[in-house]
Structure formats: C-alpha cells, structure tokens
Ligand binder design. Structure first.
Ligand SMILES: *[C@@H]1O[C@H](CO)[C@@H](O)[C@H](O)[C@H]1NC(C)=O
Ligand SMILES: *[C@@H]1O[C@H](CO)[C@@H](O)[C@H](O)[C@H]1NC(C)=O
Ligand SMILES: *[C@@H]1O[C@H](CO)[C@@H](O)[C@H](O)[C@H]1NC(C)=O
Ligand SMILES: *[C@@H]1O[C@H](CO)[C@@H](O)[C@H](O)[C@H]1NC(C)=O
Length: 360
C-alpha cells in the first residue's frame, strides 16, 4: 500500500521538473499571490514563506454513471508549488497545476483564483464505472503532501438477457430453473414474483410472495405453476428493472362432466356440458353411440366457451381451473328418450384420444 503511494510522487516530481521548465510563463500569473515574493523558483519561495498546507478535506462523492463530478482540494501558501491530481488505483497522474496530463478527455482542472485558500477542482465529465476509486491531491513539497477523496460510481441495474431465462414450456412433473442475472453497481439483488400476484409455490409446504435468488427452482412443476414470473433487479440506484418470463406447463387433457345423466321432456332443449382442462388447448368434439362426430346443425349446436370470457348465456358455464381451458356445450332438441353422448378430446401433443362419457 505504502509502496504504491510512494511511487506516484516520484513520477510526479520528475514530471514536474519538466513541466516547470516549460510553464514558467504561466507561473508568474499563478504564483503571484500570498506573500507576493514568489518568482516561480520553489527554492527561493521555500526560504521565505510557510509551507503549503491543505485547508480542508476532500469530500467523498457518490455519483450515478453519466453525471459530472467535481472534486475540490483546498490549499494555502501554495507559493510556486504545484497541485496535482492523481488516480490512486490506476497510478495515473491526471493533472498538474493547470495542465491535464491524462489522455482521458473527460478530465479537466480549474482553480478558484479569488480564494485566498486556493481550491483546485478536478472535473470528471460523464463519469464511468472505471472512474471510481481513490483520488489524490498532492502538493510537490520536498516531502510531497497528499490527501485523498473517494469517488463511488453507482450504476442502475440492467438485466443481462444472455444469462437470463426466456419463456419456457415444460411438461407437468419436470423440474424448472429460472435464471436471472443483472449488472450494476453496487451488485444488484434479484427478486422473483408472480405477475398475477399469486404466491410462488416452492414445494408442497412452502408458498412465498417473493423470493430473493438468482435462480428460481420449481420442483416437479404443476399446472399451478403456470403463469408469468417477474425477475426484478434492484441495487438502490433507480430505476429497478424487471423481466417477464412466461412458464407454460403442458399437461394431458382432464375431462369432467357435471351431470352424467340428464332427463328432459320431449321437444325441450337441453345443454350437455363437459369441462376440459388441458395445455395446450385440446381438440374436442361430441359423438353419439355411432362414434360419429356431431357437427353443427339446426339440431345440434356444439359451442366452445373460450377461456376468460364470462358467460353471457346461461347455457354456457365457465370454470376457471387453469389457463387455456376450453369448454363446450351441446344443445340437443331431444326427440329420443335416451341417447348416449361422448366427448372426445385430443391433446395437441398426443396421438392418443381420451374420452369422457355422457350417459350411456
Ligand atoms: C471518505 O471515505 C474514506 C473511506 O471510506 C474515509 O476514510 C474518509 O474519512 C471519508 N472522507 C470524508 C471527508 O468523509
Ligand atoms: C427434480 O428434482 C428432484 C429433487 O432435486 C429430483 O429428485 C427429481 O428426480 C427431479 N426430477 C426430474 C424430472 O428431473
Ligand atoms: C420446501 O422448501 C423449503 C425451502 O427450500 C424447505 O426448507 C422445506 O424442507 C421444503 N419442504 C418439502 C416438503 O420439501
Ligand atoms: C330451443 O332452441 C331453439 C334454437 O336455439 C329455439 O329457437 C327454441 O325456441 C328453443 N326452444 C325452447 C323450448 O326453449
């Protein structure tokens, strides 16, 4: 640590030697206050004036990336000595006196001429994360005098899409891990929530409103896990950001029929109802004993109630057991005393047909 500090002043002193030779013209302007005897030679100045001193500490600064910052270093009795700014971690001399040494175009230096205790300002425009660290203000006395100020650069979180899950389709019973990574400074934390406000089902015994983790593990996924999940990254620097990841759970159709046997007087209308839960949505139709598909006709009206559309008609029922739930009903102008109906359902990812029975 100390070694590191010591090397910088050495560099600085050598550099200053060169600079002093080339900037004597400037020094008459800048070295003419205080005791008024200075003629630019530090030896002469040293003999008759007090040593320069810092008059205030350097304020630490926390700044969001992209802003401009100004560090102030206040000195008195500077005489013909010079003030330099350095970046400690980068071992870089940024400015010496009025001169910018670094090639970094975002760095500049000014000083307050009217202030008896001169203040030297180091300006950093459009601050970047790499600008963070310890800044040293140094006076080139025989034993260099140094003081420090810290610049902390904060960066709002930004989700790294390459390392973050996208929408997933899984089969019921599989394990799923949703990942989310975000950059920022300080390191962002990741929180998961369900977009619909429901709790996240971790396992049989644990349900949580939100969970703080980079990777959300959903074990033995069920249709209850289906939905959109939000990965929210925050680090105290606004704004927080989020990504929406849809989890779609495929499962075989499940069929249930509320009324297995329906009695109806002749010439009345009747609605047979069958509810199907499947993802993706299944292909469904009704048949009679002959296994022939019942098609639309003046006699039959096989309707599918789309999910999420409330019933506008008492003959159609709506049950929300899961997303993507189709239902349908068939209306029969009964002219037979007894008829058996079947509903046939096919999972879109399956070859096999499943059936649900009506009265038989
Ligand atoms: C700046 O921060 C450093 C390290 O965190 C601390 O030692 C120092 O006292 C701070 N300076 C001021 C002026 O707050
Ligand atoms: C899911 O994870 C559990 C526990 O880690 C494991 O026992 C099970 O075999 C996994 N199931 C699958 C389908 O990978
Ligand atoms: C559910 O998960 C929590 C947290 O991971 C764990 O402590 C608990 O034992 C789990 N319960 C079951 C039944 O797996
Ligand atoms: C039966 O349904 C048909 C067609 O929807 C309708 O015209 C008729 O009035 C209905 N009959 C009864 C008794 O509700």
């Amino acid at each position: 640590m100390f070694n590191h500090i010591a090397t910088v002043p050495m560099n600085l002193l050598m550099l200053l030697g060169c600079l002093l030779a080339t900037t004597t013209a400037l020094s008459t302007d800048t070295g003419s206050e205080g005791n008024g005897v200075s003629v630019g030679g530090s030896t002469l100045n040293n003999v008759i004036s007090e040593d320069p001193e810092f008059t205030d500490v350097i304020e630490n600064i926390t700044v969001p990336a992209g802003r401009n910052v100004k560090l102030a270093c206040s000195v008195k009795n500077l005489g013909s000595y010079k003030v330099a700014w350095m970046h400690f971690e980068q071992s870089a001399i940024l400015t010496v006196h009025n001169h910018v040494i670094t090639r970094n175009p975002r760095i500049s230096v000014t000083h307050d001429k009217h202030d008896k205790h001169r203040t030297w300002f180091l300006h950093i425009n459009n601050v970047q994360e790499e600008d963070k660290g310890r800044y040293m203000c140094q006076i080139n006395t025989v034993t260099a005098k140094t003081q420090y100020g810290f610049v902390k650069v904060v960066v709002p979180p930004n989700i790294d899409d390459a390392l973050t899950s996208s929408d997933v389709i899984v089969r019921e019973g599989d394990n799923v891990t949703l990942r989310c990574k975000a950059k920022g400074s300080p390191e962002p934390t990741i929180k998961w929530k369900r977009d619909d406000g429901h709790k996240i089902v971790i396992n049989k015994t644990l349900e949580v409103n939100d969970l703080e983790t980079d990777s959300l593990e959903l074990e033995r996924i069920s249709r209850l896990h289906m939905g959109a999940y939000l990965c929210i990254a925050s680090n105290g620097v606004p704004p927080s950001v989020s990504k929406r990841i849809k989890v779609s759970v495929d499962f075989s159709p499940m069929v249930w029929i509320p009324h297995q046997l329906v009695g109806i007087p002749i010439s009345f209308n009747v609605t047979l109802e069958c509810f199907i839960e499947a993802n993706p949505t299944s292909l469904n139709y009704w048949t009679r004993e002959n296994d022939q598909m019942i098609t639309e006709s003046p006699k039959y009206n096989a309707g599918l109630t789309p999910p999420h559309i409330p019933p506008d008609n008492s003959k159609r029922k709506y049950v929300n057991r899961a997303d993507h739930q189709p239902q349908f009903s068939a209306i029969d102008h009964v002219d037979h005393l007894s008829q058996a109906f079947r509903v046939r359902v096919r999972h879109r990812h399956q070859r096999r047909w499943g059936t649900g029975g009506g009265p038989s």
